[in-house]
Design a protein around this ligand. Structure first.
Ligand code: NDP
Length: 496
């Protein structure tokens, strides 16, 4: 019998109003049930938003350093439990332990950074144009925030949103992905133990249309912070626009790793293998497109084939394994359908392209896959596959490399391998991406720097670092006049 886990609303663990549940399964062994979770609907979301609304008044008046203390305590608990949390993530979503450890560590570093923001959260103090007057801006919370997260980073993603939102004085309702509710429940157990007051942070598990949709459209939700696919993000932007809600969207990527003719080919291959196959390619920043100068392309492809042959696909709890299963059957079929599309389009399938069945316990395993000689407009070079598939596009020189790298609707992360400093700096200037890496793959961001993308990847916001504080606060401009008389800005200012 699987253990049943509840929603967390107003400081209590409660079942969904419908009393319906759903099962969370281990994608490496679909026969193994991780747990049974609440299938929440509009009533549960309403209860959670109501609790967040009631708790907001007191939480926003709690001094920011004290709000930061709660985050600091949660961070200490995350640190103590890192190994067991990493194992939970691996069981629930199938990525290897080293990737799950990164996921928990991402939450920990976010907590460390954001708890300190409770003592910073700077506004500006600037000179007034009038005598005997102080002028400044201060930060205030936005209000109630609805947070909707994907399954590929089930601990880091909620933490990246929840920690800054809380430190800034917002109250929140989180709807995690249906494939990873266990990690979210463990996170909320930690928040409770850390002393989060009732109603300040609430959790409703369930499906996107049933629980996510009522959350993002709820009239008392002031802001939506979403990470996920472009298709869902776009719908959220449309409804949030109608209601004039704040909305922050972090969506997909089709990230280019560019290898110029003067690159250290061996470094580029090592980077591409890590960037392309970490978390079995299920990363928004995955190095899924390799844009390679034809002068070094044969060497790059040969190096990749050699590297792929060394990759171990199997039980993600085994520390020798490099690639675990994909998240679910649907995603396995989707990734495989792109292999068929690539072949139909005329790209050359070099290795992989197979569902792995024999000896894999019915798990959703896919072989690391490499396409070569793709042209830039093929679907496998344009659409986010979100699996262990790397597509090589051969180009002639710097200008074509940049044109191809920029030639998608997405703009999350880009990388360039070159030994020429001038070309490296030109690439930083020319690549249309929110993140650019030189001589490193497209994954590997750090918490104290902004994270997010341009074009269809985002809507202009950034997560992480002080950019997260900008996102989760409203600026209030304050004038303090001690002149004892009426002063009129732009009228009484002295002009020579
Ligand atoms: P989805 O967009 O399918 O789902 C994201 C979240 O939205 C889930 O919690 C989902 O619930 C929920 N959801 C689904 N439909 C609705 C709806 N109508 N209203 C409100 N919420 C809804 O993305 P995935 O979970 O499949 O994640 C993969 C995607 O996330 C990729 O495109 C990837 O690039 C992107 N991503 C982007 C990142 C970034 O920072 N730019 C980082 C990580 C991932 P449910 O799980 O029930 O479907």
């Amino acid at each position: 019998m699987a253990e049943t886990f509840l929603n967390y609303i107003d400081g209590k663990w409660v079942p969904a109003a419908s009393e319906e549940t759903f099962l969370d399964i281990n994608p490496a062994r679909p026969g193994e049930v991780v747990g049974e979770f609440q299938r929440s609907g509009a009533d549960d979301v309403d209860a959670a938003v109501g609790a967040a609304t009631r708790a907001h008044e007191e939480w926003r008046k709690t001094p920011a350093p004290l709000r930061g203390e709660v985050v600091a305590r949660a961070t200490r608990l995350l640190t103590e439990r890192k190994p067991e949390l990493a194992e939970t993530i691996t069981r629930e979503m199938g990525k290897v332990l080293v990737d799950s450890g990164y996921d928990v560590q991402g939450a920990i570093t976010s907590g460390e950074y954001m708890s300190g923001e409770g003592r910073r959260m700077f506004g500006d103090t600037v000179p007034s144009g009038l005598p005997n007057r102080l002028a400044m801006s201060i930060r205030e919370p936005v209000g109630v925030v609805g947070i909707v997260t994907p399954w590929n980073l089930p601990m880091l993603m909620p933490a990246w949103k929840l920690f800054p939102a809380l430190v800034c004085g917002n109250t929140v309702v989180v709807k995690p992905a249906e494939d990873t509710p266990m990690t979210a429940v463990r996170f909320f157990e930690i928040l409770e133990e850390a002393g989060i007051p009732p109603g300040v942070a609430n959790l409703v598990t369930g499906y996107g249309p049933e629980a996510g949709h009522p959350l993002v459209t709820h009239p008392d939700v002031d802001m939506v912070s979403f990470t996920g696919s472009r298709a869902v993000g776009r719908q959220i932007a449309i409804s949030a626009g109608e209601d004039l809600k704040h909305v922050s969207l972090e969506m997909g990527g089709k990230n280019a790793l560019v290898v110029l003719d003067d690159a250290d080919v061996s470094e580029a291959v090592t980077g591409a293998l890590w960037g392309g196959f970490s978390t079995a390619g299920q990363r928004c920043t995955a190095s899924s497109r390799l844009v390679v100068d034809h002068k070094v392309a044969d060497d790059v492809v040969a190096g990749l084939v050699e590297g792929i042959e060394r990759l171990v696909v199997g039980d993600p709890l085994d520390t020798e394994t490099n690639l675990g299963p994909l998240i679910n059957r649907k995603q396995l079929d989707r990734v495989h359908s792109y292999t068929e599309v690539g072949q139909e389009e005329g790209a050359q399938l070099v290795v992989g392209g197979e569902k792995l069945e024999e000896g894999f316990d019915g798990g959703y395993f896919y072989s690391p896959t490499l396409f070569d000689h793709a042209s830039p407009n093929m679907r496998i070079a344009q659409e986010e596959i979100f699996g262990p598939t790397i597509t090589v596009i051969r180009v002639d020189g710097y200008d074509e490399a940049i044109e191809v790298a920029n030639g998608t609707r997405y703009g999350l992360s880009a990388a360039v391998y070159t030994r020429d400093t001038g070309r490296a700096l030109r690439a930083v200037r020319d690549l249309e991406a929110g993140l650019v890496y030189l001589n490193a793959p497209t994954i590997g961001s750090e918490i104290h720097l902004p994270f997010g993308g341009v074009k269809d990847t985002g809507n202009g916001h950034r997560e992480s670092g002080t950019a997260a504080i900008d996102q989760f606060t409203e600026l209030k401009t304050v004038f303090l006049d001690y002149s004892g008389t009426l002063q009129r800005a732009h009228i009484d200012e002295p002009i020579d």
